[in-house]
Ligand binder design. Structure first.
Ligand code: NAD
Length: 314
């Protein structure tokens, strides 16, 4: 069986990647500190090691496991935490990534997939849809630390290890926590499910490019199968306003209240929309999930769980 490592495989995106790799017949090792992830997300068929990427034994663990494929999803993912504690952010996202790359190389890795961000990398976009040649201009320590990870992969990763950089848009789907980069879908779903009042920061006309987690997993699989190293945006190239998103989720959930508009958050970009032509050309990938279908799946997943209020009171 081909061996794979998924760092961050107890988190939102990483656990979906681990599920799919197991379905495809990989023997999967999940490495996760559980700082934001949850053991219940880890597929039962995976081997699980609860470890921080900064653990001195990480490189030896990856070297011994000898994975052909490493999908590096673990990261400090909160933009606001990166602003208040840039040291912690840099430790996870820079030093943790360096250790993961070195462990992957020592284990004879053939394909390293680095999961990173598009929105936080391009900053306030100079043009839309932004392609991979857009100037890199992060406006948060998180955007910068994820960019430095890309540069390290380029510098330390050597042939024959294929280096695949997937720059993700705002990802949404089942298992997402309500405080990640794409958290607006889970926050809205969670509150609509419980019939709670909802606030929108700004006028709701700000747009984002929302990509479904299942489509992101398809992109990881395409990256593993690809012949050459590349860097691509993984997005939909569609701009959806926050108000459109609200209306779509309200229709799905039967929520009838109107949102309350509050002050826009400082540092939020106004519009984000990402070009996906390169992913189609180089990976043969394009998203398959229409927003309404993806939102319906996400809402169904959240509706099936006890609400946060209920689980907190347990
Ligand atoms: N969710 C999005 O919209 C989005 C958008 C762009 C990029 N990304 C990227 O996708 C990846 C996964 O993000 P997610 O949304 O699934 O977040 P998540 O918080 O659900 O997953 C991150 C996982 O990494 C683990 N982790 C964090 N720091 C660690 C460390 N130092 N050592 C070991 N484990 C650690 C956490 O416990 C968690 O399980 C990240 O690299 C993030 O930068 C996410």
């Amino acid at each position: 069986m081909t061996r794979a490592v998924v760092t961050g495989g107890a988190g939102f995106i990483g656990s979906h990647v681990a599920d799919r790799l197991i379905d495809l017949g990989f023997e999967v090792l999940v490495v996760d500190s559980l700082v934001t992830g949850s053991l219940s997300n880890v597929p039962v068929a995976a081997r699980f090691e609860q470890r921080d990427l900064l653990d001195s034994g990480l490189e030896g663990l990856l070297a011994d496991w000898g994975a052909e494929v490493v999908v590096h999803c673990a990261a400090q993912v909160s933009v606001s935490l990166s602003v208040t504690d840039p040291t912690r952010d840099a430790r996870s996202n820079v030093l943790g990534t360096v250790a993961t790359i070195r462990g992957a190389i020592a284990g004879g890795c053939r394909t390293f997939v680095y999961i990173t961000t598009a929105g936080a990398l391009y900053g306030d976009p100079q043009y839309l849809p932004s392609d991979e040649a857009h100037p890199i201009a992060p406006i948060s320590p998180y955007g910068l630390s994820k960019w430095v990870g890309e540069r390290y992969l380029d510098l330390l990763g050597a042939e024959p290890m294929k280096r695949m950089v997937l720059r993700l848009a705002n990802v949404y789907g089942p298992r997402q926590r309500s405080d990640g980069e794409g958290g607006v879908v889970s926050i809205f779903s969670e509150r609509m499910k419980s019939g709670l009042a909802l606030e929108i920061n700004g006028d709701g006309a700000q747009t984002r490019d929302f990509v479904y987690v299942g489509d992101v997993v398809d992109a990881v699989v395409a990256a593993i199968a690809a012949e050459q190293s590349t860097t691509v945006n993984i997005a939909t190239e569609l701009a959806t306003s926050v108000l459109e998103l609200f209306d779509a989720l309200a229709a799905i959930s039967g929520y009838t209240d109107r949102p309350r508009f509050v002050a826009a958050r400082a540092g939020d970009v106004r519009h984000s929309q990402l070009a996906i032509g390169k992913a189609l050309r180089t990976l043969g990938w394009s998203p398959r999930t229409a927003l309404e279908a993806g939102l319906a799946e996400t809402f169904a997943g959240i509706a099936a769980l006890p609400s946060s209020a209920e689980s907190e009171s347990e």
